[in-house]
Design a protein around this ligand. Structure first.
Ligand code: F6P
Length: 366
């Protein structure tokens, strides 16, 4: 008999489509397959710290009908690292330091034997640190950026690429009507997966991604070459983390109380302005931003997050604590959080992404 009777489930970090499908899969598998109780922890690690009504029992009825909903019924926060935490008590006194013991204590008080933590790099870093403290943790990889190591795909990515592709389809018609270059800035942090995938799916002229520093003259030359063969407009995808050969990323803001304070953004405008001068077409920039993170998950993301969530409970019941669920090809597996954290995945030069883009003549700025 397993010593696990009640499990916790939490979503933390930037949200993405598919989180609810994952919560649903965890809950259904835990209850129906193993007869466990499930407690949802609201607001990520902040809820774990605060306890009380942030801990809610989840039954089958609570997760019914949520598979198609974006966001997360448990809410999220991408600011709260309990290992380096600041909070102000009821007397207005600020406390700072490692508050992770409070989280461990709250789990004990709630009778939670093990946790499924659904998150990206930052969230799973804390997941690993709680595992080091003896908490029984399984991580589930989510992020639109698709930048987590050890797994082929994170859920949320497919939906983000679909949203970006739909936007590009819309921008194509207006770019063509006005003979313009339209630069589409997409998210992805320091990884170019969303950028290169959306550029391929959207049939774009160029894709600038963080992994391949660009020469703006090469992009302008590609647009001019297309013009010479009669194409009167251009679509250029720029990942927010892209940078020129001789420059750096553009930072839109610094969120001081975030474990990862740098927010990228703004490169789209820079590139559009330069291309207007160099390629001779009037240019506009569109920043897609959080549109890529919201809304209904694609069927693929619903299926992936369902598989991940369900398998995470299997791993807990098999005692495989301290691991993250992974996908290799079509197969689910797992890897140690110790191994996953701090090794973000990037678009490789010899990947099918780059190969496909180059084969069909998408300019990558190099
Ligand atoms: O990691 C997901 C992501 O959407 C990145 O693509 C983006 O850089 C960042 O989060 C935006 O963070 P925030 O929601 O704090 O603005």
């Amino acid at each position: 008999m397993s010593e696990i009777k009640r499990i916790g489930v939490m979503t933390a970090g930037g949200d993405c489509p598919g989180l609810n499908a994952a919560i649903r899969a965890v809950t259904k598998t835990a209850i129906q397959k193993y007869g466990l109780e499930v407690v949802g922890i609201k607001h990520g690690y902040r809820g774990l710290f605060l306890g009380g009504d942030n801990f809610v029992k989840l039954g089958l009825e609570d997760v019914s009908g949520i598979i198609s909903r974006g966001g997360t019924i448990l809410y999220s926060s991408n600011k709260d690292n309990l290992f380096d935490y600041t909070y102000t008590d009821e007397n207005g006194v600020e406390h700072h330091g490692d508050m992770s013991d409070v989280g461990v204590e709250n789990l004990k008080k709630a009778g939670i034997d093990a946790m499924v933590i659904i998150g990206g790099d930052g969230t799973l870093t804390s997941g690993r640190d709680f595992a080091r403290k003896g908490v029984k943790v399984i991580g589930v990889p989510k992020t639109i950026d698709n930048d987590l190591a050890s797994t082929d795909t994170t859920f949320g990515f497919d939906t983000a690429v679909s949203a970006a592709t739909e936007a590009i389809d819309r921008l194509r018609t207006t770019a063509e009507s006005h003979s313009r270059t339209i630069v589409v800035e997409v998210m992805g942090r320091y990884a170019g997966f969303i950028g290169i995938a959306a550029a391929i799916a959207g049939g774009c002229d160029a894709a600038l991604i963080p992994e391949i520093p660009y020469d703006i003259n090469k992009v302008a030359d590609a647009i001019k070459a297309n013009r010479a063969r009669g194409k009167n407009f251009a679509l250029v995808v720029v990942a927010e983390g892209a940078k020129p050969l001789d420059g750096d990323v553009v930072v839109s803001k610094v969120v001081e109380d975030s474990p990862d304070p740098i927010r990228l953004g703004g490169i789209g405008e820079v590139v559009a302005e330069q291309l207007e001068k160099l390629a001779g077409l009037e240019s506009r920039a569109t920043i897609l931003g959080h549109v890529q993170r919201g809304g209904t998950p694609t069927a693929n993301d619903r299926i992936l997050s369902t598989r991940y969530g369900s398998y995470a409970v299997d791993l807990l019941m098999e005692g495989k604590f301290g691991n993250m669920v992974t996908l290799k090809g079509a197969e689910l597996s797992y890897d140690s959080l110790e191994n996953v954290i701090g090794k973000n995945k990037a678009v490789e030069e010899d990947s099918y992404w780059v190969e496909t883009a180059r084969r069909i003549g998408i300019c990558l700025g190099d």
